[in-house]
Design a protein around this ligand. Sequence first.
Ligand SMILES: [Zn+2]
Length: 330
Amino acid sequence: MQHERVSENVYWFQSEVYAQVTAGAVTGTQWAVVIDTLAMPEETLQMRQYIEEVLGMPVRYVINTHYHADHTWGNCFFPGATVLSHSLCRKLMQEKAIPALEVTKQSNQSFSKSKIVLPQLTFSQGTMTLKVGKKNLILMPTPGHSVDGISVLIEEDRVLFAGDAFMPLPYIVDGDIDLMGDVIKQIGKMGLENIVQGHGDIVLRGEIEGAVKENLAYLANIRKAVKSASKKRNPEEVLSLVDIESCGKSRVYLGGLGEDLHRRNLKSLYMKFLREGTSVFTSDDPDDKHIADASPEISLDIPEDDDSEDFSDDNVVGFDDEPFDEPTED
Ligand SMILES: [Zn+2]
């Protein structure tokens, strides 16, 4: 686990084991608030140890940015803390996380002591403000990656803990591509010092505009790729050749999962097209059209009988609350 001080009394933690998932802590005078937990129990426990022993504070609140396993399954390691989230997060954890953890426990010893702790304090409209020392933490809905997504703005510092609403690669499989784009734009207009992404590194002030543009271009590009592929005789095969670089993303590390997440984005958008038809490709927003027009044309001209591999079920875990597999370690 890596850790860093973001601003006064604000800390960031990043997993070295699973998908560069991140968490945060904000300290007041007597107690601390944790924003998300890390994916693996041992890393969540290391984070708690750092907050309690180095920062010298007990954790009174845990905020969950969304229900996915890699952000919430560590709630149980903060006994006595009150867990806060969107009301849909509580609902989804109840429905999905409890059975998913049972499945995971059968194959993964690391989770033998884990249990699902549901949020006790939730909100479903507007925002919620939590005062921590001199700082206001404003919890606000940012759906798109998942329907229950919230971000936490440290108002005085203009630091946003965005959860997976902002990632090095937007991930829409459990969410909605249109909402995702809206939220990314909204975040870009907030006048932030830092965006703490749910995975990957902190985005600094000078990097925000570029990151927003790149993420919006990526969404426009995958739309375009699925649109072109849907006109071919063998769309899935065509899509399997659309790599992450051709959609304008490179250097996406995410613990080696970048390409897998990209494949799953394409697959899910294609499935959405099969369900909903061509409306998937049109957006009312003139900005989107502008971005799509400016982005490089994706070439999908491959032989129709190309023997490329089909979409396969892969091992990406956590991101849409499938049970965890053992993460690969170096
Ligand atoms: Zn995540």
